[in-house]
Design a protein around this ligand. Structure first.
Ligand code: ADP
Ligand code: MG
Length: 773
């Protein structure tokens, strides 16, 4: 993390600079705790922005027992008195007021406080609020006296405490470091700053830590937001330009080949979008510059056919294509549906196989040794034109004869490093097509997938049946009975249904093999990101799609635990008369790959009427005869996840119905978990995945949307709000700026300060930051 070249020091080498160690600037006592959270250099500390600010005037605060309280208050009285139980010991008792409430303070070591806290003194106090004899109390709180001179103007930064250091101690250290490093030259070219009307970086850093006015803070934030956007976009554009300079292999296809045969046999016409995107991909693949594309399309928009056609073009060019799915269920399903739609074209060397045919092989962790050996050998020999597997494929010793195209289904769980590992399997970088299972907002596309070209499928194939969505109160017996009746009627009419639960059993504990299940839990504070620079904190600790609810009570809301899969199964089997005689099966992440596959096969074959499942069915599962979906505890799932789930029905000629059951009762509960309620209403209100993705971002905040890597301590995106149109615009501008800077100068040789700053900023975090969870 030595960043001595980050900013160029005007005064020469003997002065402290951003690369100076905190130990040399602050001493061991202060530097050691900072070191523990990875703050080693001056620049590191300067990047530790305040989490909020207090105005240095009396403030009214709502008190809650046990809560950590930070309050600006004035000392009313203070006196040192002996302790009753031990008269030889003394303590300081003081009473302060924030203008509305009196708070008692006690200090066991009374010398310092007695001197500082004389009546009339204004100070910031922080400690755990408690009550004693009906009065509010803070026991030996931290405090910082607010000097008279700044009493009416200063805005106090509040830092997240680090180990033994309080916010104030960090503030003091910050002042020392700011003074020591002095003015630094700006890494961003003047011309850009002028154009955007931004202050210089040194000023921004000083003002974010020591604003005198709220206006100062805005000035600082505007600059730091831009910097964040610029660093991000420069890195992404650079990555893209560098990848484009790689020498790949052109896969132009072949007239009269597999692709043509496939098109001729396709039972439906391509949609306009499929055709256009298909042409774009065909064009990209025909070039030796490795394709690097993101394909977005709503649930059911027909991404697989688009991907398959690209794969066939590569096979027609003598190469192989790999299709990676996030789960074994999906990999197996892709295998099945691709074989089905290819028919004889997938049966090279078999009786009935077409002349032009290739082979499709499935490679999963749970295959029998024999099947696996055969699949591996077909992949290695090149006999198999299409290799399908889970993401694990890339970690394994799979050899491919000539990997020309990698298609990744469901990008969110697939990071850059994995892509790089995969690339290493080919002699030359293969073309890469990434498909997102959910539409993503433009700002996220630009930040998270900014190193790729994008393509979008907006329309659904004609003849799709509509899906109607109802929000149902889980506690209401009448409603629930009616809902189960709809399921029963569907089954009686020969249709099938899903019942989705967020957790498996009563003794669920998070463990690796369950990672396909689980909620995206949205806490009450998620999306509260409008505040300070660290506002996205609301998203901390909220699990991504891989989380699993531990099954206990939900502390924050004291709501009952979610209905488990086993409970639901029991309920449906024994306590729901409407569903007598219905054939049920369970599907969840603890089943082995083979078991899951067997269940899915039976469901697809119509041997099972109702599948009681966890979110393993979330993406891509395609059984057109399934028309009804019931999601229990729907409020615990994210918007995009619900939309994905819902996309499992209405895939055939029959209309789909989706029930979002929830114990949330907005009328009975004034707090109403309103966000939860809004989310369900949003999902019920539209089937436009793009619109839902925007709302999801707005309600949940970026910490969540960007995945785990962004919720770490050193988040890359701290100032930007991806749901805020202002910031979306800013990101787009920064992208243009980055493109202009890099166009003829990928290495930024004309801007050495910018290059050094980028390298330094991205240095140790680059992997984490480009990693997409
Ligand atoms: P998704 O984009 O969600 O992955 P799929 O690729 O699974 O969607 O396609 C959903 C269903 O639509 C599949 O059964 C597929 O065969 C069918 N489909 C794809 N394209 C068309 C089309 N142009 N016309 C009719 N059906 C189509
Ligand atoms: Mg799909």
């Amino acid at each position: 993390m030595a960043g001595e070249t980050t900013w160029v020091d005007r005064e020469g080498a003997d002065r402290a600079g951003p690369g100076s160690s905190l130990r040399s600037l602050l001493g061991k006592r202060t530097a050691d705790p900072l070191d523990k959270v990875g703050l080693v250099t001056a620049a590191d500390l300067l990047g530790w922005y305040p989490r909020t600010y207090l105005e240095a005037k009396l403030s009214t605060t709502q008190l809650h027992e046990g809560e950590h309280l930070v309050v600006v208050a004035e000392v009313l009285r203070a006196a040192v008195a002996p302790i009753r139980s031990n008269p030889r010991k003394k303590l300081l008792r003081a009473t302060v007021t924030d203008g509305t409430t009196e708070i008692d303070l006690t200090f066991f070591s009374h010398w310092g406080p007695a001197k500082d806290l004389t009546p009339g003194t204004l100070a910031v106090f922080s400690g755990k609020a408690g009550t004693f004899n009906g009065r509010w109390q803070l026991s030996h709180p931290d405090y910082q006296v607010i000097q008279d001179s700044v009493r009416h103007q200063q805005i106090l930064p509040v830092y997240r405490a680090v180990d033994k250091l309080t916010s104030w101690q960090i503030g003091t250290a910050m002042g020392i470091v700011l003074d020591a490093v002095g003015d630094l030259e700006d890494p961003v070219p003047d011309e850009l700053l002028r154009r955007h009307g931004l202050c210089d970086r040194a000023t921004a850093i000083r003002l974010i830590h020591q604003p005198r006015t709220w206006g100062d803070l805005e000035t600082a934030r505007a600059r730091l937001r831009y910097d964040e956007a610029l660093v991000l976009q420069t890195a992404l554009v650079q990555r893209r330009l560098t990848a484009a300079a790689d020498e790949g292999t052109a896969r132009p296809g072949r007239p009269g080949g597999l692709l043509d045969a496939f098109d001729a046999a396709l039972p439906f016409p391509l949609t306009e979008g499929q055709r256009i995107v298909g042409e774009e991909l065909a064009h990209d693949l025909a070039s030796p510059v490795p394709m690097h594309r993101l394909l977005q399309g709503d649930v059911g928009s027909g991404k697989t056919v688009v991907a398959l056609r690209a794969m066939l073009q590569v096979v027609d060019s003598g190469g192989q294509a790999a299709l990676l799915a996030p789960t074994e269920v999906l990999a197996a399903q892709h295998d099945r549906s691709i074989r089905a739609i290819m028919g004889p074209l997938a049966e090279a060397g078999l009786l009935g196989g077409a002349d032009d045919a290739t082979r499709v092989v499935l490679l999963t962790g749970s295959m029998s040794t024999d099947a696996r050996r055969r699949a591996l050998s077909e992949a290695a020999s090149g006999q198999a034109g299409i290799v399908i597997g889970t993401h694990a494929l890339i970690q394994e010793a799979v050899q491919l004869a000539d990997l020309g195209l990698v298609v990744v289904d469901e990008q969110h769980r697939f990071g850059v490093e994995q892509r790089d590992a995969l690339r290493a399997k080919a002699a030359r970088p293969p073309h890469v097509l990434v498909m997102t299972a959910t539409p993503i907002p433009r700002s996220v596309a630009m930040t998270v997938f900014g190193d790729m070209e994008t393509a979008v499928l907006r329309e659904l194939p004609a003849g799709r049946s509509p899906i109607t969505t109802h929000v149902v109160r889980q506690g209401d017996g009448t409603w629930m009975a009616r809902m189960w009746q709809v399921v029963a009627d569907a089954v009686a009419a020969g249709r099938q249904a899903y019942v989705v639960c967020g957790r498996i059993g009563d003794s669920d504990s998070p463990s690796g093999d369950e990672t396909e299940d689980g909620f995206v839990e949205v806490g009450p504070s998620a999306g509260a990101g409008a505040g300070g620079p660290d506002g996205a904190d609301g998203a901390d600790g909220i699990d991504g799609a891989d989380g699993i609810d531990p099954g206990g009570t939900d502390e924050a809301t004291a709501r009952p635990p979610a209905v488990s899969l086993l409970q639901a199964y029991d309920l449906l089997l024994h306590a729901t008369p409407q569903l007598q005689g219905v054939r049920f099966a369970l599907l969840h992440g603890r089943l082995s790959g083979e078991e899951k596959d067997a269940v899915m096969r039976r469901f697809a074959a119509g041997e099972i009427d109702v599948l009681v499942a966890t979110t393993v069915i979330e993406v891509g599962v395609d059984v057109p005869n399934a028309t009804v979906m019931v999601v229990l505890d729907a409020d615990r799932f994210g918007i995009s996840q619900l939309h994905q789930l819902r996309g499992r029905v209405g895939r055939g000629q029959h209309a789909g119905t989706c029930f979002l059951a929830t114990p949330v009762d907005p009328s009975g509960d004034p707090e109403g978990r309103p966000v939860a309620w809004q989310r369900l209403q949003a999902v019920a209100g539209t089937t436009d995945g793009f619109a839902l993705a925007e709302q999801d971002l707005e309600l949940r905040g970026e910490g969540d949307v960007l995945g785990a890597s962004q919720s770490g301590r050193r988040r890359r995106i701290r100032m930007l709000r991806l749901a805020n149109p202002r910031d979306v615009e800013l990101i787009a501008e920064a992208r243009d700026d980055a493109q202009a800077l890099l166009r003829d100068d990928v290495a930024l040789t004309a801007h050495p300060r910018l290059a050094a700053w980028l390298a330094d900023t991205l240095d140790d975090e680059s992997a984490a930051y480009l990693e997409r969870g």
